[in-house]
Design a protein around this ligand. Structure first.
Ligand code: PMV
Length: 359
């Protein structure tokens, strides 16, 4: 790994990071620590998604700009992007940050509960690492080599921790396959680390992403989490029971025990939504079709059809985990539920990557 030079101009590069969906959820931030560390109150366990990804290029320019899916973005969303670039430059040891033209493409619906912030901040973090010369060989898994500071860890793990500062779920998108993020307890976040636990080819599972709405969600996750912490009477129970769910899911994945994985995945999802619903005012991210899809998955399962287990995030879409050979049949049934716009079958995806480009 190369130490960052103090780059005068950004080095042009392109990063790709795949989205991820938590099978065991994160909802809530740790209090009493530096808010910029964005430490979670609970850990989480996710599957990285093959088809859904963000691609972010950084080019040198005379001033900062941000384009998302071809549209120039200004205001809060752009400010967040520039603040994250500042953060990565600072963490990488650059004394100043060169201006950047950031060009992002989301191959997934943005801000609709489909984890665009996970892939978006992961891709931005990786691209910034390349642009600021943190990894001149563009190999995120390069051996840190001798002479590096003690405890720095490999570059991918460091970038994961930096991505978390932009968005909690982004920490998991540095790796493919199945990823565990431990909440940790150190005040500086040193033990709040994500790590890959099973590779993408560990088990041929598919996640059916059932789209039940178009457009952006009403309440962002950061505000929602804080509201739950402050007002949901179920929040303490949610936090207390999370680690056991992560351990159960980790073991079920290891044993390829689909019923055990599905049970704990649904339990985590409905506990999180119960906590959200008991928030004042209530956080209700679902629409009617969300509920119809959940009921249909359960009906088919009880009737001896293809077995699926549901989860859903801070948005109305339903994600259904199933065994790959049953994915097409289950997807066809769910596509027929009134209110469903689209069903995408997604396999476990790859690691985040970085490449050099011409500007
Ligand atoms: O990373 P954020 O701030 O977008 O929060 C993600 C929260 C959930 O998607 C609801 C759960 C999770 O673990 O991804």
């Amino acid at each position: 790994m190369n130490a960052p030079s103090n780059v005068e101009t950004a080095l042009p590069c392109r990063a790709t990071a795949h989205s991820n969906i938590a099978l065991v959820k994160y909802w809530g931030k740790r209090v009493g620590t530096d808010p910029d560390l964005n430490l979670p109150a609970v850990g989480s366990l996710s599957m990285t998604l093959g088809a859904l990804r963000s691609v972010t290029e950084i080019h040198p320019d005379s001033s900062d700009s941000f384009t998302l899916d071809g549209a120039t973005i200004e205001g809060l969303a752009a400010t967040k992007v520039y603040a994250h670039l500042d953060r990565v430059a600072r963490l990488a040891g650059c004394s100043s940050r060169p201006p950047c033209r950031v060009v992002s493409t989301n191959h997934l619906p943005t801000a609709a509960g489909l984890a665009s912030s996970a892939s978006g901040f992961a891709a931005l973090t990786v691209a910034a690492a390349g642009a600021f010369g943190l990894t001149l060989d563009f190999d995120l898994d390069a051996d840190p080599g001798e002479g590096e500071g003690e405890g720095e860890g490999d570059l991918r793990a460091r970038l994961s921790a930096w991505a978390r500062q932009g968005s909690g779920s982004a920490a998991r998108s540095l790796w493919g396959g199945f990823v565990r993020l431990d909440a940790g307890s150190a005040e500086d976040g040193a033990d709040c680390l994500a790590r890959p636990i099973y590779a993408a080819d560990h088990w041929p599972l598919k996640l059916l992403v059932v789209h039940t709405a178009r457009g952006a969600k009403a309440v962002g996750s950061t505000g929602g989490m804080e509201a739950s912490r402050l007002s949901s009477p179920y929040y303490p129970a949610w936090v207390e029971t999370s680690l056991a769910d992560i351990d159960t899911a980790d073991a079920a994945l290891g044993a390829r025990d689909f019923a055990a994985l599905g049970a704990v995945m649904e339990h985590s999802c409905f506990k999180m939504h119960a906590c959200m619903l008991a928030t004042q005012p209530p956080l209700m991210y679902w629409n009617g079709a969300t509920l119809e899809v959940i009921r249909e998955v359960w009906r088919i399962r009880a009737a001896g059809g293809p077995v699926g287990y549901v989860t859903s995030d801070a948005g109305p879409h339903v994600k259904v985990l199933c065994l790959a050979p049953q994915a097409d049949q289950l997807a066809a049934s769910l596509a027929a539920v009134p209110g469903v716009h689209e069903v995408q079958a997604v396999a476990p995806g790859p690691d985040a990557s970085l490449e050099r480009i011409e500007s």
